[in-house]
Design a protein around this ligand. Structure first.
Ligand code: ZN
Ligand code: ZN
Length: 326
């Protein structure tokens, strides 16, 4: 795995032309070891562009990624206010062929698909057909619904899934270093977290079937124990008698959603999970249609991270109150 630390304008090697976009340079530099290998590079919409596709093609690499609507031809975008958008059902998609000129002057084609989930998701690719469809599950009115999804987006999600899950695992440590301006500490903990996260993946793979896979919380505790001996950790109560369902919080004031605040966002809610005792957004809890309750309960590891984070917040609030009283 490659890591490129942004250190200002000299981050990227100076052999590349000034005109190349920064987002392209970053990916180019990270992919240098794979030049000529005909692999597919999966990129998220922040980095993908037709320019990137061309540059990677020069390196004999393929590209598949979501893409921002302002980086594709106007004629292929579907505005939210348009009649076309309103006429589409969730799961519908439109495929386009995008013609471009390579750096060597050849005319080539890439596929571009616009898929309607809640909003339009654009995906660009030069190694996967955009027409084949499969399906995915979504929460809709009246429970879980199945909607169509282009295979290329499923493939993209599968490959990017690793990144998202690793980010999710790392959230567990965010609060430890938040609010500190010492970037080297952040970098240190970032690398420590990525390392731990990767170690967990390898460990679970090696233990394949011999024991239940560890989640990140159990795994970190085991690592700490192996390094410094047994430690006392306040156990998360696994009270099976209290069901996980949303309940109104007491008091008139809405409070911060734990899942959102782990993601660095501020969203207020009136609801908490009875089983976890943690505040979450749920559908219908505010202006948004977020369902943090569902997201947090999708995965046991994430649920535990939320509980720990919520408790830490509570402790900090109490400390703040005490400080103010003094
Ligand atoms: Zn719960
Ligand atoms: Zn939330």
């Amino acid at each position: 795995m490659g890591v490129l630390v942004y250190t200002g304008k000299y981050t990227y090697s100076d052999t590349r032309s000034e005109s190349t976009k920064k987002t392209v340079q970053v990916v180019q530099q990270l992919c240098e070891p794979f030049r000529g290998s005909h692999r597919t590079v999966y990129v998220d919409r922040f980095y993908s562009s037709v320019d990137l596709l061309k540059q990677l093609e020069d390196m004999q690499l393929y590209t598949t990624g979501t893409i921002l609507s302002n980086r594709i031809p106007r004629s292929m975008t579907i505005a939210k206010s348009s009649r076309e958008f309103k006429a589409m059902n969730r799961g519908d998609s439109v495929s386009h062929v995008l013609t471009y000129t390579t750096t060597k002057g050849e005319r080539k084609q890439a596929g571009l698909v616009a898929w309607k989930d809640r909003n339009i998701v654009y995906c660009i690719t030069n190694d996967t057909p955009t027409a084949p469809m499969d399906e995915c599950k979504r929460r809709g009115q009246g429970g879980i619904v199945t909607i169509k999804r282009p295979q290329v987006i499923t493939k993209y999600n599968r490959h990017m899934g690793g990144v998202d899950l690793a980010d999710m695992r790392r959230l567990h440590c965010h609060s430890t270093i938040m609010g500190q301006n010492r970037w080297w500490l952040k970098l240190f903990f970032y690398l420590l977290d990525v390392g731990t996260s990767n170690a967990l993946v390898l460990y679970n793979e090696a233990m394949n079937g011999k024991q239940e896979p560890y989640n990140i919380v159990d795994f970190k505790n085991k690592v700490v124990e192996a390094l410094v001996g047994p430690v006392l950790v306040d156990d998360i109560p696994s009270d099976q008698s209290v069901a996980h369902c949303m309940t109104n919080i007491s008091g008139a004031e809405r409070q911060r959603c734990t899942y959102c605040s782990l993601k660095g966002k501020v969203a207020r809610t009136r609801y908490m999970c009875k089983g976890c005792g943690v505040l979450y957004c749920c559908i219908g809890s505010g202006k948004t249609d977020k369902d943090c309750f569902a997201s947090a309960h999708e995965n046991e590891g994430i649920r535990e991270i939320c509980i720990r984070h919520y408790r830490m917040q509570q402790t900090n609030t109490r400390k703040d109150l005490l400080k103010k009283r003094r």
